[in-house]
Design a protein. Sequence first.
Length: 367
Amino acid sequence: MKQIVVIGAGNIGASIASMLAEAGDYRVTVCDRDAARLDAIAAHPAVRTQAVDISDRTALEAALAGAFAVLSAAPYHLTTTIAEAAAAAGTHYLDLTEDVASTRRVKELAVGAKTAFIPQCGLAPGYISILANDLARRFDTLETLRLRVGALPQFPSNALNYNLTWSTDGIINEYIEPCEAVVEGQLTRVPAMEEREEFSFDGVTYEAFNTSGGLGTLCETYAGRVRTLNYKTIRYPGHATIMKALLNDLNLRNRREVLRDIMEQSLPATSQDVIVVFVTVSGQRAGRLMQETHAQKIYAGTIAGRPFSAIQITTSAGICAVLDMLATGALPQSGFVRQEEIALESFLQNRFGRAYRQNGAPVRAAA
């Protein structure tokens, strides 16, 4: 059985540990400095917990010694610390980060490495990159790739039309940092929270706006091959206007700790969430300008008899599927591995990746 270390005992780390333990092929050590969070990890013969201060490099490397892989479910600002420890320990490295700067450092560490460095293995970036690449391959030449993803409450009941389903620090980072995009064939940066649009899916109206990090490495992969490539986060209408007032008019973009406190004290968390995925690709196919759209919703469910939110299921299933493919030799065993190098069908056939086939095969509509 392969030894796996999961860093972070929050909601995502807990669901990753449960998925891997139930698979029967992994022994998991969950590391965190918060004893209360470690105590809350579901008991399982294949799971143990270990108190580790991630800022203590020596202790972190000792925790990784002998492990097949380390999976980071820690806040984005700890990404580089964990990746550097994995490099020193000679351990495969996977993470869920959407932070662009952190991923650049991971890519640097992967140069010449004898182990694999696979960042951005969650929902977006992650699954969305695999999906977009699969759709893009169906065209002779590309015009546009438009990626839209949102983790939303099923029953919004406040002015923001939002409940906390994800890391608050991660959300704030996405709402503030510049966003990579391809505009007129050129790799560029655009401001977060801008270029708002509306669309409908299953009779529900949504808004979407620029946020940072969702494209992963797609901009590098498709620069010069597509005219327009962008990523936007999906919310219910009205969310962007209020958030822009908080970030800009009240200048909370420069007081992140205040904004985090406001959100965590005012917005309840929920496990009754829904993931909305909406990807549209257009380009030339057999001499005609064509468009193809992939749209799906994924809901909360049960794993190993325990209820998990939709964001827990999708994020954990993504990184567990990539780990599984790495463990079986289906992915490169060294260097930097991009999400778009993973074949969609292989991902969906994986025992973890099948979570994305919830309620049947993903919906695809061509127009």
